[in-house]
Design a protein around this ligand. Structure first.
Ligand code: CAA
Length: 382
């Protein structure tokens, strides 16, 4: 693994940073305050290839690797965590499984328009009563001729309120438990498919995070992704890539908070000095910089492993666990450095603190990441 970015990755990093400064950061506060989904920004990001970063051009993508994907999600999230996860879900949770499992016809309909950013996708696994225990999902799909009839409710679906299509994980054979789970591509507008309530959340307010409900919703059997019973594996392997996206989002949130704290420490005076002169502040800045660096390296290692074609479940979980908990610690210190102003909505670190917290929860809580890592530890060390 080369720790230096190659020319292409560095060029992408600079381009995305410029885009984020010009188009994403200026809206971040308003999006936080209103919860408006940033559709215009999504379309502009798509023009740069950010709706399909690691997919080849024939699949409508930008032709970069997954390291470049991690870099891009970090750079966007440094300016706005909502926009970061919207793009991460589009790439990792929607386009990736369609790319890996889709038939040519499914790719024409459900991949190319999405990687180009003409359409928005979402990933519907979680249910009101099934989060960490994803195998306990209750949404049912009964095969009738050339259709599946779907009934059930999905919850906490990022992009749910605006998505043109969803990958919906359903149970096609309740007697088989997780081996009865199947993935279906469901288009917006399909009768019986409705968007439910939007969640009112602590942070990442602009992600159109909603419930989705299915009532006798008829989905063509041709929209089944993979085989019947293959859905659980599709869901979990998809989350490996998603977790790199969330690790990168966490690194970006932390980097943004760190830079704000550094600037404030240089300008704010106390006891006749800029507070950056005091060791108490310097030590916090040093810890923040060290932890961000470590998390960034873990995220890029996981992405590099993904690019190598080998299984990267462990690396993705390690990166996600460390980066998400790191982001909460860094945002906490960023507020501390700002003192009372850090607690005010006038400064961006209060938003970073709220936005960081979700990275420890979605796409697998820290506890789930520890389970995945522990399984590997117990298998590998005798
Ligand atoms: N890649 C490929 N295959 C995998 C896999 C992976 N990463 N993980 C598991 N599998 C396979 C296993 O090999 C096994 O296959 P066999 O039966 O053929 O051997 C099968 O899948 C089941 O594996 P496990 O027995 O290990 O699975 P489990 O049921 O014990 O998994 C769990 C438990 C780790 C808790 C898992 O359910 C999990 O990750 N839960 C968390 C769910 C989650 O992250 N939800 C987030 C929702 S999405 C979200 O937040 C999106 C958003 O809006 C941003």
């Amino acid at each position: 693994m080369n720790l230096e970015l190659n020319e292409e990755q560095e060029l992408l990093r600079r381009t995305v940073r410029e885009f984020a400064e010009a188009e994403v950061r200026p809206l971040a506060r308003e999006l936080d305050e209103t919860g408006r989904f940033p559709l215009e920004t999504f379309r502009k990001a798509a023009q740069l290839g950010l709706a399909g970063i690691p997919f080849p051009e024939e699949a409508g993508g930008a032709g970069f690797d997954h390291v470049a994907y991690a870099i891009a999600i970090e750079e966007i999230s440094r300016a706005c965590a909502s926009t970061g996860v919207i793009l991460s879900v589009q790439n990792s949770l929607f386009a990736d499984p369609v790319y890996r499992y889709g038939t040519p016809e499914q790719k024409r309909q459900f991949l190319v328009p999405f990687t180009r950013g003409e359409k928005i996708g979402c990933y519907a696994l979680t249910e009101p009563q099934a989060g960490s225990n994803a195998a306990a999902l209750r949404t049912r799909a009964e095969r009738r001729g050339d259709r599946y009839v779907v009934n059930g409710t999905k919850a906490w679906i990022t992009n749910g309120g605006v998505a043109d299509a969803a990958i919906v994980y359903v149970n096609t054979d309740a007697s088989k438990g997780e081996k009865g789970i199947t993935a279906l591509l469901v288009e917006k507008g399909t009768p019986g498919f409705a968007v439910g309530k939007e969640e009112k959340k602590l942070g990442i307010h602009a992600t159109a995070c909603t419930e989705l409900s299915f009532t006798d919703c008829e989905v063509p059997a041709a929209n089944r992704l993979g085989e019947e019973g293959e859905g659980y594996k599709i869901a979990l392997s998809t989350l490996d890539g998603g977790r790199i996206g969330i690790a990168s989002q966490a690194v970006g949130i932390a980097q943004g908070a760190f830079e704000a704290a550094l600037a404030y420490a240089r300008e704010r005076e106390a006891f006749g000095h800029p507070i950056a002169d005091f060791q108490a502040i310097q030590f916090m800045l040093a810890d923040m910089a060290t932890e961000i660096d470590a998390a960034r390296l873990l995220a890029r290692r996981a992405a590099w492993k993904q690019d190598s074609g080998a299984r990267f479940t462990r690396e993705a979980s390690i990166a996600k666990l460390f980066a998400s908990e790191m982001a909460t610690r860094v945002a906490h210190k960023a507020i501390q450095i700002h003192g009372g102003y850090g607690y005010s909505r006038e400064y961006p670190v209060e938003r970073a603190y709220r936005d960081a917290r979700i990275t420890e929860i979605y796409e697998g809580t820290s506890e789930i990441q520890r389970l995945v890592i522990a399984a590997w530890v117990l298998k590998s060390y005798s």
